[in-house]
Unconditional design. Structure first.
Length: 384
């Protein structure tokens, strides 16, 4: 007989998308049920499990309790003191303390959105997930957005009516790690889905009236599949027309299987210059879609590659084109400035102080356009 899991207190998962920084984080599953992608080390060695619905309900009740208590203190004439807030959770178990801080952050963020963790919440039976969503909507009726990560492979297996049911219960945004829609790339990195599956899943989410974020990973095809990575992914995105296209450049920390592939010669990694070329090729092949492009992660070389398609295409590609037209020495300065955190965008090259600092790093490390990729790849790993 299966052992019944006892409640261990409020839980938080390891990540959320940057766009969910102000959301209440609620862990409904632990880790990733697939866990085989060779470019992802997030949940390696961790066992997947679905948390019992009654435990999630307890977490929601705990958050509701702390939200009410904190708001009571904040409503006092003096606005409450730090000491009064600390007294709310002092001496309580660690899960309760975590719930208190989660509630406090959520209040500070405006209490408008909720993010369901971890990697693939749609793996849960539709009935269970609808029950959780309904309880959330009843507990926090003012919430405008409930979001989660989901895998294309899982979404394909849900019927249209199940997806609509989830949308009606309150799920109104999904983040899908598409990464690539080139079958050769998806197969090589063990994504567990093909281009067709990605397209069917994306279209299904949209049909259900759920907002869709698709993540594209420039560089994932390496040198061998750089054109396919750009062109096949653009073609899939054109067929999906997601609400958001989010760029996440490949980074290769040493714990990844793909890093080992790279070390042992099975994968030839792109340098920043080639990633920029791939990204431009991707953008130039997006047609007849109305997505918002977001470059909201520090791993991207160009944070300014953002805007609404089709009208902002020039703005989205401007920094890429400027960078690609620069002399190799200038490109090296930008890459080093960006990968050391000195620059947040190409316009920082206009700052004499920042420029001098980037040039100092280049001199100190004896970098040249021919050796800079090793340096920047090493820096990039630290952002993951
Ligand atoms: S499905 Fe997502 S979380 Fe799971 S291994 Fe792949 S990239 Fe990582």
């Amino acid at each position: 007989m299966k052992e019944v899991e006892s409640y261990q207190g409020f839980e938080l998962g390891p990540i959320r998308p940057p766009s969910e920084a102000r959301s209440l984080l609620l862990r409904i599953t632990r880790n990733c049920p697939w866990n085989r992608c060779t470019f992802c080390g997030l949940y390696k060695g961790e066992k997947f499990s679905i948390r019992p619905v009654e435990h999630i309900i307890k977490d929601i009740d705990t958050i509701r309790h702390y939200v009410a208590e904190i708001q009571n203190i904040q409503a006092r004439e003096d606005g409450g003191t730090h000491r009064q807030l600390v007294a709310l959770h002092s001496g309580r178990p660690s899960g309760e303390k975590m719930a208190f801080h989660t509630a406090l952050n959520w209040i500070r963020g405006g209490m408008k959105s909720i993010f369901l963790q971890d990697a693939n919440s749609l793996i849960i039976k539709t009935d269970y997930l609808a029950q959780i969503l309904t309880y959330l909507k009843t507990s926090f009726p003012h919430v405008e957005r409930i979001t989660s990560y989901a895998r294309s492979h899982t979404i394909v297996r849900k019927s249209d009516s199940e997806m609509i049911r989830l949308a009606e219960a309150g799920l109104n945004r999904l983040h899908i790690g598409l990464e690539s829609a080139a079958d050769a790339v998806l197969d090589f990195v063990k994504k567990g889905v093909d281009k067709k599956g990605h397209i069917l899943a994306g279209q299904k989410v949209k049909r259900a009236g759920i907002e869709l974020s698709e993540y594209f990973m420039p560089g994932l095809g390496g040198k061998k599949f750089t054109r396919e990575n750009a062109l096949e992914t653009a073609d899939a995105i054109n067929q999906i027309n997601p609400d958001f296209i989010r760029i996440r450049t490949l980074a290769l920390p040493e714990n990844l299987v793909l890093y080992k592939d790279c070390k042992e010669g099975r994968f030839a990694k792109l340098g920043d210059l080639q990633v920029a070329e791939e990204l431009l090729l991707f953008f130039e092949n997006l047609h007849n879609i109305t997505s918002m492009v977001k470059s909201d992660h520090v791993v991207n070389l160009f944070q300014e590659a953002e805007g609404r398609l089709p009208e902002d295409m020039e703005q989205i590609t401007a920094a890429l084109k400027t960078f690609l037209a620069m002399q190799p020495e200038g490109q090296m300065v930008y890459m080093v400035g960006r990968r050391t955190g000195l620059f947040s965008g190409l316009s920082d090259m206009n700052s004499p102080e920042l420029l001098a600092q980037a040039e100092k790093v280049i001199a100190n490390h004896g970098l040249t356009p021919g050796t800079v990729d090793v340096f920047t790849a090493d820096r990039l790993k630290r952002f993951i």
